[in-house]
Design a protein around this ligand. Structure first.
Ligand SMILES: CC(C)(COP(=O)(O)OP(=O)(O)OC[C@H]1O[C@@H](n2cnc3c(N)ncnc32)[C@H](O)[C@@H]1OP(=O)(O)O)[C@@H](O)C(=O)NCCC(=O)NCCS
Length: 138
C-alpha cells in the first residue's frame, strides 16, 4: 500500500481519532483532548490524508525487574479499510520504535470474541499468557 503513512499522533488528529475510537469502543462523548503523559503516545495510520487507523501506547516501568514495557490499547482500523494490512503495519511501526526505546516486551489484552484482533496479534508474534485479567470498579 504505497499511500499508507504511519506516524505518531499529534493534537490536530484529535477529532478524526476520537470518531474512529468511538466507532470501535465504548467510550464517552465528553472527551475534549487526549492529554498524554510523557510516556504515552498514539500512532495513526493515514491514507490520502484520512486517518484510518489508531492505537495507543503506554510505556510502563517494572521497578522489580528493572525494565520498561509497552501496553497497547484502542487498536482499531476504519471498517472500510480493514483486512488490508493496516493494523499489521501499525504494529510493525511499534515493534521498530520499541527497539530504540529500551523496551523489553509489548503487551495487550483482547476479548476472545474479537476474532480478527486475536488473529492479528498471534500472526504478529504475540502469545497468549496464562493469566486472568481482574478489574474492580471504583
Ligand atoms: C482488529 C483490527 C484492528 C485489525 O485491523 P486490520 O487493519 O484489518 O488488520 P490486518 O489487515 O493487518 O490483519 C487482519 C487479519 O485478521 C484476519 N481476519 C479478519 N477477520 C477475521 C475473523 N473474523 N476471524 C479471524 N481472522 C480474521 C485477516 O484475514 C487478517 O489476517 P491475514 O493477514 O492472515 O489474512 C480491525 O479489525 C478493527 O479495528 N476491529 C475492530 C476493533 C477491534 O476489535 N480492535 C482490537 C481491540 S483488542
Amino acid at each position: 500500500m504505497d499511500n499508507l503513512v504511519i506516524r505518531k499522533y499529534v493534537n490536530n488528529d484529535f477529532n478524526e481519532v476520537i470518531n474512529l475510537v468511538k466507532d470501535n469502543f465504548n467510550i464517552g462523548d465528553n472527551i475534549k483532548s487526549l492529554e498524554d503523559n510523557l510516556n504515552s503516545f498514539g500512532i495513526v495510520a493515514i491514507i490520502d490524508k484520512k486517518i484510518v487507523g489508531y492505537l495507543r501506547v503506554d510505556k510502563l516501568y517494572n521497578p522489580f525487574k528493572k525494565y520498561y514495557y509497552y501496553f497497547l490499547s484502542y487498536v482499531c482500523v476504519d471498517s472500510n479499510y480493514q483486512n488490508m494490512g493496516i493494523a499489521t503495519k501499525m504494529l510493525e511501526f511499534i515493534f521498530n520504535y520499541a527497539k530504540n526505546d529500551d523496551v523489553s516486551y509489548i503487551e495487550l489484552t483482547s476479548k476472545s470474541s474479537r476474532e480478527a484482533a486475536n488473529h492479528l496479534y498471534l500472526k504478529n508474534g504475540f502469545v497468549v499468557r496464562d493469566t486472568n485479567v481482574f478489574r474492580k470498579d471504583i
